[in-house]
Ligand binder design. Structure first.
Ligand code: BGC
Length: 428
């Protein structure tokens, strides 16, 4: 990663202006900024459209560069390729700890001017803001706050299977999955690819080991916590979920699975609340008569968080520089965040805006975030790059993917995971 960054820096350095620390006046012609992201599901595209429209009204042309692939691996590869070729985007979807890695390249722009105008220091929770700064300056803007530890369920299927309420514990979930199978429906939709498997494992790991163990594994990368009986137990649980997920769903996307739940084909889906936005897109309101949301069993007190954010690049014209500051300001403005997050299924980063018109699951999410923040229940999602930088995240995802798609034993998988993470620690 470091050598790639050096090459990118060499290509781009001649193009970038100043340190990006002052905001020149807007030029007359509408500047165009490419915004790289991986929001290609219907709900995601609809939410992104809000940004394009709002920026248009402000005289800035946004090229919505959406590159397919949940989790963004493809989008990040294309971003690097473009930079190597000297094509500088306006902003790119980069999240969590990875923002620091990008900070090291010297390619990022300082967007303190936008942060000051919107008073992000005061209006955005510190747990979010801390990711957005590199060496004390803002280089990224947050757009949403997603919760990972949700279980989505189809009410009619549960009823037909003789289940009177959503499961609240692991044993209840196991009993319910068996009942749904007996009733002839798909018990669990999921398992489409490595990123989805890791996303499902996120709440399973938290439920199995609790927040302290979770952080030892995914934040501290402690080999003893990784290759441990608790990890073995968590992997056994992943196996148990896999047994209720049809093999035919391999290769399918998360939003395909959401549609199975929405349309009464599958009973459950474990997924972050971008699924919430997709249910709404399919005209099914979670928390309403067709589909319910419940905290993943055993994690009701915790909030595994994922913040979508965009890094900004040093631009080669004053007009583009001014446009990117406008873009950053807009991304964190109350008006934008309210509209965007409603479609996205998440909640605004701004805690002081009212969630009128949001669905019941979004309201629960805000309430739970505020409780978890007070009671030490905020957990950074490993599968969404919130807890560690690229190579270790990749090591976890590869290990889980291999385990899920082979006959590897949980013991062997835990040991292999610890080894892969040790190797990854030396890469940056
Ligand atoms: C992003 C979400 C997105 C999801 C599926 C996650 O990594 O943070 O914003 O909706 O991927 O595309």
């Amino acid at each position: 990663m470091k050598s790639m960054h050096k090459k990118m820096l060499a290509v781009c350095i001649g193009l970038a202006i100043g340190g990006g620390f002052s905001v020149p006046a807007m030029a007359d012609s509408a500047p165009s900024l490419s915004v790289i992201n991986w929001w290609t599901a219907g709900s995601e595209a609809k939410a992104m459209h809000v940004l394009v429209q709002m920026m248009k009204a402000k005289g800035v042309n946004i090229q919505n560069d959406a590159i397919a692939g949940g989790g963004g691996a493809q989008a990040r590869t294309i971003l690097k390729t473009r930079l190597m070729e000297g094509q500088i985007p306006g902003a790119a979807q980069i999240k969590g700890v990875e923002i620091q890695q990008w900070g090291h390249t010297g390619l990022l722009a300082n967007i303190d001017a936008a942060a000051q105008a919107g008073n992000w220091d005061k209006n955005v929770p510190a747990v979010v803001n801390d990711y957005m700064k590199y060496k004390g300056n803002y280089v990224a803007a947050p757009m949403d706050l997603h919760r990972l530890n949700w279980l989505w369920y189809n009410r009619a299927i549960l009823k037909k299977a003789g289940i009177s309420a959503a499961p609240q514990s692991w044993p209840e979930l196991m009993t319910d999955l068996a009942k749904v199978k007996k009733a002839g429906y798909i018990p669990m939709a999921g398992g489409g690819n490595g990123w989805m498997i890791a996303t499902e494992f996120d709440p399973i790991a938290l439920e199995t080991g609790g927040p302290t163990w979770y952080k030892d594994v995914f934040v501290k990368l402690d080999p003893k916590a990784i290759d441990s009986p608790t990890m073995v137990k968590a992997l056994e649980r992943l196996r148990a979920i896999e047994a209720y997920t049809p093999k035919s769903l391999a290769g399918r996307t998360w939003n395909f699975d959401t549609a199975l739940v929405a349309h009464g084909k599958a009973a459950f889906q474990i997924m972050g609340d971008w699924a919430n936005g997709q249910f709404e897109f399919l005209h099914v309101t979670p928390g309403g008569p067709q589909v319910g949301c419940v905290a993943f069993p055993g994690t009701a007190k915790e909030f595994i968080y994922n913040v979508d954010s965009f890094i900004f690049f040093r631009q080669n014209t004053p007009a583009k520089r001014a446009a990117e500051i406008k873009l950053a300001e807009t991304m964190v403005s109350p008006k934008f965040q309210l509209l965007f997050n409603k479609y996205k299924g998440s909640i605004p980063d701004l805690m002081n805006v009212s969630l009128n018109g949001y669905n019941a699951c979004q309201k629960k999410s805000r309430a739970q975030f505020l409780v978890a923040r007070k009671e030490n229940g905020l957990v950074p999602s490993f599968s969404q790059n919130m807890s560690t930088y690229g190579p270790p995240t990749g090591a976890f995802i590869d290990s889980l993917d291999k385990f899920y798609t082979s006959n590897e034993t949980p013991q062997a998988a835990a040991a292999a995971m610890a080894k892969r993470v040790e190797v990854a620690k030396s890469q940056d």
